[in-house]
Design a protein around this ligand. Structure first.
Ligand SMILES: Cc1cc2nc3c(=O)[nH]c(=O)nc-3n(C[C@H](O)[C@H](O)[C@H](O)COP(=O)(O)O)c2cc1C
Length: 188
């Protein structure tokens, strides 16, 4: 697939199945992530690959986190939460490591990691894989952060679910240029 097709036609895929990306595909996905624009080459990212038993363990961590906040959680909610990481055969946790820098504010470091995540999504699409970027309140949960080994300076920017497409791909919406793009200075 050529780059422009991947860039303009990529869609997120929520229904994913195994097998997960091969080791070679995974390495390509990370190589694509590492080509994100990155002011001062700070490399403000760190990625965790989670698969197999790791996904069940993460489900347990999600449940523990929820139970710490609400001990009365209903059984069906607990079961749903435990299964969340298993919605795909592989998950990448994208982490931003925010550091003090005279010229690169935190927002630029987060954007660099976000660009890396987008590169993963586009590369996955180009390889015929499905992927979706998810977050939720769970990214800021102290129990989840601790279980994943985050340092004080680190933030979870995304859980990227990856696998083979298990549904019909949706059609990407077509947005009208004039709704989002203007020439400047504006013509009177
Ligand atoms: C920072 C960020 C967080 C997101 N979190 C979620 C999420 O928790 N759950 C979800 O269903 N979609 C989430 N999305 C949206 C999906 O990743 C996806 O972009 C959306 O469903 C639109 O589909 P499309 O990418 O095919 O246009 C998030 C997107 C971004 C950029």
């Amino acid at each position: 697939m050529d780059a422009i097709t991947a860039l303009t036609e990529r869609v997120s895929v929520a229904q994913l199945t195994g097998p997960g990306p091969s080791q070679q595909q995974l390495e390509q996905l990370y190589t694509a992530a590492f080509r994100a624009p990155d002011h001062a080459w700070m490399r403000p990212w760190r990625y965790l690959t989670i698969r197999g038993e790791g996904l069940s363990t993460l489900g347990d961590v999600f449940v523990e986190a929820a139970l710490k906040k609400n001990t009365d959680l209903a059984e069906d909610k607990i079961a749903k939460l435990r299964k969340k990481p298993q919605r795909a055969p592989l998950m990448i946790v994208a982490i931003a490591n925010i550091q003090e820098h005279a010229k690169v504010p935190a927002v630029e470091q987060r954007l660099a990691v976000g660009a890396g995540i987008q590169n993963i999504l586009i590369a996955a699409y180009a390889m015929g894989l499905g992927a979706i970027w998810r977050t939720g309140e769970i990214v800021n949960d102290e129990h989840v952060r601790g279980a994943l080994g985050l340092k004080e300076s680190e933030e979870i920017l995304g859980f990227i679910y990856l696998g083979h497409v298990n549904c019909k791909l949706k059609k990407p919406p077509v947005l009208a240029l004039e709704d989002y793009v203007q020439e400047w200075p504006l013509n009177a």
